[in-house]
Design a protein around this ligand. Sequence first.
Ligand SMILES: [Zn+2]
Ligand SMILES: [Zn+2]
Length: 363
Amino acid sequence: MKLEVEAKQHERAVRVMMSANVFRAPHQFGLEEKPMPRAGEGEAVVRVRLTTICGTDVHIVRGEYPVSPGLILGHECVGTIHELGVGVHGYSLGQRVLVGAITPCGQCEACLSGDRSQCGGPSGGWRLGNTIDGVQAEFVRIPFAQANLAPIPDDLSDEQVLLLSDIASTGFAAAERGKVRLGDTVAIFAQGPIGLCATLGARLMGASQIMAIDPDPVRLTIARHFGATATLLPGEDTAAKIRELTDGRGVDVAIEALGTQETFEQALRVLRPGGTLSSVGVYSGHLHVPLDAIGARLLDQTVVATLCPGGKERMSRLMRLVSTHRIDLTPLFTHGFPLEKISEAYELFSSHKDGVLKVAIRV
Ligand SMILES: [Zn+2]
Ligand SMILES: [Zn+2]
């Protein structure tokens, strides 16, 4: 043990460069040698074991969401603690941890009001791979480590917990923030990774009818596995079909998990008076609210938008759902790549080909 610790200390002292996936300019990114991060006060350096690519990363590399050139991409990772800064207590070197995509400080007004994703300013809790270097690298510096490193139980694999750092947490939050009640009817528009996790979330929250809408039959099959009681292909008659399935009432909660005008509008059109539209898709351009779809605003409906919740308490709580076999997210990993082939992984993930849902990237 002593030798192991000495060896690790030695590595920390001599290692100066690492491999990382760096954004250079729109459509230009790839592996580069970058300086090793060091842990400042309250920070930790994590040696990344497993990471993945998010739809948001694809927006970034296409230049649709601006980040600084030279930034290391990625915001979902499992790793081991490589270095602990001053003031980070209760952890040990080599310990395996899950880091959330959102890394709140846990101290500011937003955090202490419970809005941890909005830490320090609008969507300010999303730092990794956005405003600071991200996790698609051999090592990553985690700010506010005390609030953001969630120890992983030994009996859980990296693959079993990784998706809790972002898409699963976001998908579940769509159902939680939509306030799905026991017996509610829920329609979920789009069954990409987040939509599928929203389907699973609706089941966990106790929904009765769960209607999943997506053009991809493979995704609809997984949707059934995750709890959908009906699956529908999107079309002009989608709203009419959902009304029929709910005896003309409309759904209690409609979840929008794609971020387009069409799906937002359909979600509104299937919502019962007094129902909640829970939105987790990321919109670009203009979003219009047609007056007829909201009954000229006289329908007492609620629209709630949700960014991924942050912090270690959320990560630990969601890991207990895996430990107790209430959820299994591993079917979402359709492909695996080593870090060296991350460009290929981006190509496949953004092509939507070969039934790809999520790619596991081993570091
Ligand atoms: Zn993401
Ligand atoms: Zn904060």
